[in-house]
Design a protein around this ligand. Structure first.
Ligand code: HEM
Length: 267
């Protein structure tokens, strides 16, 4: 067994524990807090939050991320399977396919990540009120929503700067090094790249896990902004008050919601 496998096995062991704990935290948050509802109710008036191009880039990156995470995790944990299982033809065929998928999608994903970084750098520049967001425990401690611009300080720090820019760049750069090894990299460098790629990929998956929770079941009104592009005005006032003020100053007029249920006598 090569040194690379020993490393990966150790990492995979820790990863299983960290993921288990991460899932537990989300279950506890959901049990204690439940789904964060739009208060007091939906306004049924909406503003544009994400353009069609932004949504395409987001889902392009997200779908590729899921495919890469599954094939990457499959390879990592597959390496730990007992020798009797690893020797079976079905296992090796699946392992080969998942490596091919990982290699095929990796460079396409890296391009998407780069576009996403450039696209959303402007809205992720820290603002003066962002410190207040953390001081108020991201809204968990104070019970009321701390000030937030178009993107809140937690998303700026964890999803954008830490996840996408720092960890994302490390994972993509080391992935490309591993996939195209003929540039004079030494064995030591490759080993190092492998370890960074695996740890980075796992850390990023953990961040995305939390992000996907908050963007779907965790917070009412969030998911629809990334599918149809528009956000309910009361969602905006509740979660992005400083952005709501900016929109008002810019004279943006909310539009009636397309999905609003009409009263029966209107039909
Ligand atoms: C896999 C399931 C995912 C779901 C359900 C999801 C959901 C969402 C939603 C609903 C928003 C909009 C939130 C809002 O309007 O406040 C959003 C924004 C965003 N998502 Fe995702 N997402 C997923 C995966 C990803 C992945 C894999 C990445 C990057 C690797 C990513 C990066 C971002 C970024 C950067 C933003 C904008 C916030 C910012 O600029 O900081 N998402 N996501």
């Amino acid at each position: 067994m090569g040194m690379e496998n020993v490393n990966n096995e150790t990492i995979a062991g820790y990863a299983a524990i960290v993921f288990g704990l991460g899932m537990l935290v989300l279950v506890v948050i959901y049990a204690v807090r439940g789904r964060v509802r739009i208060k007091p109710v939906r306004a049924n008036m909406t503003v544009l939050r994400w353009t069609p191009f932004e949504r395409i880039v987001h889902w392009y990156v997200a779908i590729l991320f899921i495919c890469l995470a599954l094939t990457g995790l499959g390879r990592l944990f597959g390496g730990m399977a007992p020798r009797s299982i690893r020797g079976q033809e079905a296992f090796t065929t699946w392992a080969d396919i998942s490596v091919s998928i990982h290699y095929l999608l990796g460079p396409l994903f890296a391009v998407g990540v780069l576009v996403m970084i450039v696209l959303w750098m402007g809205i992720n520049i820290p603002a003066r009120y962002d410190g207040e967001y953390f001081k108020q425990g991201c809204g968990f401690a104070s019970g009321k929503h701390p000030p937030a611009g178009k993107v809140n300080a937690g998303d700026k720090l964890f999803v954008y700067w830490l996840g996408l820019v720092i960890v994302g760049t490390v994972v993509c750069a080391t992935g490309l090094m591993l996939q195209f090894p003929d540039h004079g990299q030494s064995a030591g460098t490759m080993q190092w790249a492998n370890t960074m790629h695996v740890i980075g990929g796992l850390a990023w998956s953990l961040i995305v896990f939390g992000h996907a929770y908050l963007g779907s079941i965790g917070v009412e009104g969030a998911f629809e902004t990334m599918t149809c592009g528009r956000a309910d005005v009361n969602y905006v006032k509740q979660h992005h008050d400083m952005w709501a003020e900016e929109l008002m100053q810019m004279g943006v007029t909310p539009q009636p919601s397309q999905t609003r249920e009409e009263p029966a006598d209107d039909v």
